[in-house]
Design a binder for this molecule. Structure first.
Ligand SMILES: C[S@@+](CC[C@H](N)C(=O)[O-])C[C@H]1O[C@@H](n2cnc3c(N)ncnc32)[C@H](O)[C@@H]1O
Ligand code: SF4
Length: 417
C-alpha cells in the first residue's frame, strides 16, 4: 500500500478510517435521490487477450456470451424493478471487453433498459479496430448508438508491436467511418511507451482526426502488477514532458481538453463513462456509484450467472461511504474533467466547497496546481500532471489490489485500503 495514498486519504477524510469494502450488499436499493444518473453495461469478451490489459474479460465464445447476456438482461430487470416509474438517466455506455462481439444482442439489452429508463444524452460503445466495418457500424447505428470509442492504441506498427497488438487497415477504418455517421467518434491511444516521442504522438493525433475521429483519448501506459505485460514504464520526467507536449499541441490545434486525457475537435463531442455523479453498472466487474455507497460486481462470468439464477444480485464488494469519503470520491472523479464547480459541489452535498477544503484549495492555488475563476477551479498543466501522478498511485494502490483479488476470488469477504 502506498504511503502517499494512505496519508492523503487520512488528511482529506480527516480520519484514520480506511476505505472498507465488504461482501454484504443490499439486495434491493433505491437510486431515487441520485441526480445525473448514468448507466454502464459490461460485456467481458474479446477475440484475443492483450497482455497489458487489466480489464475483466475472457475469450469470446458465442454460447457463453449468449448465456451471459440472458443473465445480464435479468440483472437489469431486477434493478429496474426497484423503481415505480421510468427513470431519466443521462447516458448509457457499453464497455468491455469488446462489446460489439455481442452486436446481435445489443437490441435486446437496449430494449430492456428502455423499459425502466429514459436515456437523454445518447448511447456509447467501446469498439476494437476489427469492429470498424460498414455492416457492424450500421447495426450499431440502427440500435440507437450515438457515440463510439475505438481502441486504436497506436497507428504506428512499432508501438502496436510493443503492445502485442496486430496491425489493421487504416483505409478500411476511414471508409467505414465516412459511410456511417456518429455524433462522437473517439479514438483511444496509449502513450509513454518505450522510446515514444512527441513526433510519434503528433503523427497519430493528426491521422486520427484525418480518418474520422472528432475526439481522442490519450492514456498513459499503466503497468498493472497482475497483467503479463513486459513493457517498461517511462520515467516521471519524460512522461511529464510528453503529457505537457501533447496538451500544448492539441490546444494549439484548437482542440478542447474535456478531461485529463481527452480532447474534442470542436468542444462539444463527449465520450466519458467515468465523469458522472452517480451511475448504475450491469454485468461482470461493473460498478455502481450511489449517494452513499459504491459497489462492484463479481469478475467471474460463471459466478455472476449463478447468483442471478438464484434471483440475487451479483455484487461482490460494497463500501458504505462516510460523508468525507464520498466528498473525496466526488472530487477525485470531478477533477478528472479538469474543472470543479463550487455550485455543483454545493448542490450535491449541501455545504460550500470552501468550507470543507478552504485550506487545501488555497494551497493548491499557491503551488500553481489550480486557478480559480468565478467559482470554477481549473487545473493548470502542472496540476494535470500531478493529478495523473497521484492517480497512478491511486490506481496501483487501490484498483490494482482490488482487481487482482477479484480476479482470483469471485466474492472476497473484505478488502480495506
Ligand atoms: C477496455 S479497453 C477497450 C477497448 C477495446 N476492447 C480495444 O482494445 O480496442 C479501454 C481502453 O483502456 C486503455 N487501456 C487498456 N489497458 C491499459 C493500460 N495498461 N494502460 C493504459 N491504458 C490502458 C486502452 O486505451 C483501451 O482502449
Ligand atoms: S485491450 Fe481491449 S481487446 Fe485487448 S484484452 Fe483489453 S478489452 Fe480486450
Amino acid at each position: 500500500m502506498s504511503i502517499i495514498t494512505t496519508i492523503t486519504r487520512m488528511w482529506l477524510t480527516k480520519s484514520f478510517r480506511p476505505f472498507r469494502f465488504t461482501n454484504e450488499y443490499d439486495s434491493k436499493f433505491s437510486y431515487d435521490d441520485c441526480k445525473n444518473l448514468g448507466l454502464y453495461v459490461h460485456i467481458p469478451f474479446c477475440r484475443s487477450i492483450c497482455s497489458f490489459c487489466p480489464y475483466c474479460k475472457e475469450i469470446y465464445d458465442k454460447d457463453n456470451c449468449n448465456k451471459y447476456i440472458d443473465h445480464l438482461i435479468k440483472e437489469i430487470k431486477m434493478v429496474g424493478e426497484n423503481q415505480k416509474e421510468k427513470r431519466k438517466v443521462t447516458s448509457l455506455y457499453f464497455g468491455g471487453g469488446s462489446p460489439a462481439l455481442a452486436v446481435d444482442r445489443l437490441d435486446d439489452i437496449i430494449e430492456t433498459i428502455k423499459k425502466y429508463f429514459i436515456i437523454t444524452e445518447g448511447i456509447g460503445i467501446e469498439l476494437h479496430p476489427y469492429d470498424i466495418t460498414i455492416p457492424i457500424l450500421q447495426r450499431l447505428n440502427d440500435a440507437g448508438i450515438t457515440k463510439i470509442s475505438i481502441g486504436i492504441q497506436s497507428l504506428n506498427e512499432k508501438f502496436l508491436g510493443i503492445l502485442g497488438r496486430n496491425n489493421f487497415d487504416m483505409k478500411n477504418i476511414e471508409e467505414a467511418l465516412s459511410a456511417v455517421a456518429f455524433e462522437t467518434v473517439s479514438m483511444d491511444f496509449i502513450f509513454a511507451l518505450p522510446n515514444q516521442t512527441i513526433d510519434d504522438l503528433k503523427a497519430d493525433i493528426d491521422t486520427a482526426f484525418k480518418i474520422g475521429a472528432n475526439h481522442i483519448a490519450i492514456y498513459p501506459f499503466i503497468d498493472f502488477t497482475f497483467t503479463n505485460s513486459t513493457i517498461k514504464p517511462m520515467n516521471k520526467k519524460e512522461k511529464r514532458k510528453l503529457l505537457d507536449d501533447i496538451t500544448i499541441y492539441c490546444k494549439n490545434k484548437g482542440y478542447v481538453r474535456n478531461s485529463i486525457w481527452t480532447f474534442a475537435k470542436n468542444g462539444n463531442e463527449k465520450y466519458s463513462s467515468m465523469t458522472r455523479d452517480n451511475f448504475l453498472g450491469f454485468g461482470c466487474s461493473a460498478t455502481t456509484l450511489l449517494k452513499e455507497q459504491f459497489k462492484i460486481n463479481t469478475f467471474s462470468v460463471n459466478e455472476y450467472c449463478k447468483r442471478i439464477d438464484e434471483n440475487k444480485l451479483a455484487t461482490s464488494l460494497t463500501i458504505k461511504f462516510t460523508l468525507r469519503q464520498r466528498i473525496l470520491y466526488y472530487l477525485f472523479w470531478t477533477a478528472y474533467s479538469t474543472k470543479v464547480r463550487e455550485d455543483d459541489f454545493e448542490k450535491f452535498f449541501g455545504v460550500p466547497l470552501k468550507k470543507v477544503y478552504g485550506f487545501e484549495l488555497w494551497a493548491a492555488k499557491i503551488f500553481g496546481f489550480i486557478t480559480e475563476n468565478h467559482g470554477i477551479y481549473a487545473m493548470t498543466l502542472k496540476g494535470a500532471f500531478y493529478y495523473h501522478y497521484y492517480e497512478n498511485f491511486y490506481t496501483l494502490s487501490y484498483i490494482d489490489k482490488m482487481w487482482e483479488t477479484m480476479r482470483k476470488e469471485a466474492f472476497p469477504k473484505e478488502l480495506s485500503f
